[in-house]
Unconditional design. Structure first.
Length: 245
């Protein structure tokens, strides 16, 4: 999952990075095939080159290694809303068939308190204004749901035309990368379609782990296994983080 998420950044110049799995993938891409990738975090750091995986957007390592640090209003008003960022890389707690995202609250059922999540952060603005968006999360029926408990961040809304209707400049989610495979929106309907599985994963496994009747591409391909170079770089990033903590 992490390696394929990093590969999805091939050819990108600027990436607005979320913490967690997106940050792992973006830093892995910079350590392998995209050394000139400009990493941007919503705390205001531009061109960060962390030597380990940051713990949060406020990690001092991001500011210490950045080309520039700007204010949060400048980050959002000028860089993000100005359409100057290629890719937004986000995580999610829940995703629906149109790649809308919930990171706010999850229902625990009748008579039980809601489970509060970290919330929106900059995700709604990132998804609205980056030229495209990548999502990464683990694949299960808890995460891939027919109806979100709360819509935190709009992906493709209810289908084609919704993003334009609400004035969103970017093309929206281009791929959802999971530990089972990769889903991409159908150009005609914007509904997520399984296009690739990871080695050893079957289409049936992915459909069983999805909370709706997942559409499957006519020809589902297998992703290439991680290379030794990719694995070594990933392990080095994680080891550096453990030493720092």
């Amino acid at each position: 999952m992490e390696v394929n998420a990093a590969r999805a950044l091939a050819g990108s110049r600027t990436c607005f990075v979320g913490i967690g799995l997106p940050s792992t993938a973006a830093n892995l891409a910079r350590a392998t095939h995209e050394p000139d990738l400009v990493l941007i975090y919503e705390s205001g750091t531009i061109g960060s080159r962390p030597t380990r995986l940051p713990l949060s957007i406020g990690d001092g390592e991001l500011a210490d290694t950045a080309d520039a640090v700007v204010t949060v209003p400048e980050m959002f008003n000028y860089w993000l809303q100005g359409g100057r960022i290629d890719v937004g890389f986000l995580g999610a707690a829940q995703v629906d068939r149109f790649a809308n995202v919930n990171t706010t609250v999850v229902s625990r059922g009748a008579g039980r308190p809601e489970a509060r999540l970290p919330g929106a952060g900059g995700a709604p603005e990132i998804a609205a204004n980056c030229r495209k968006v990548l999502l990464v999360l683990r694949h299960s029926r808890r995460g891939f749901v027919p109806t979100l408990d709360f819509v935190t961040t709009m992906g493709h809304g209810s289908g084609p035309g919704d993003r334009a209707k609400y004035g969103m400049r970017g093309e929206g989610p281009a791929a959802v990368i999971t530990d089972l495979g990769i889903l991409r929106p159908d150009p005609a309907t914007a509904e997520l379609v399984l296009t690739e599985t990871h080695p050893g994963v079957t289409v049936g496994q992915v459909r069983d782990a999805t909370g709706w009747d997942l559409r499957v591409a006519p020809s589902v391909t297998a992703t290439a296994p991680p290379t030794e170079h990719e694995l070594a770089a990933l392990r080095a990033l994680k080891a550096a983080g453990k030493k720092a903590s």
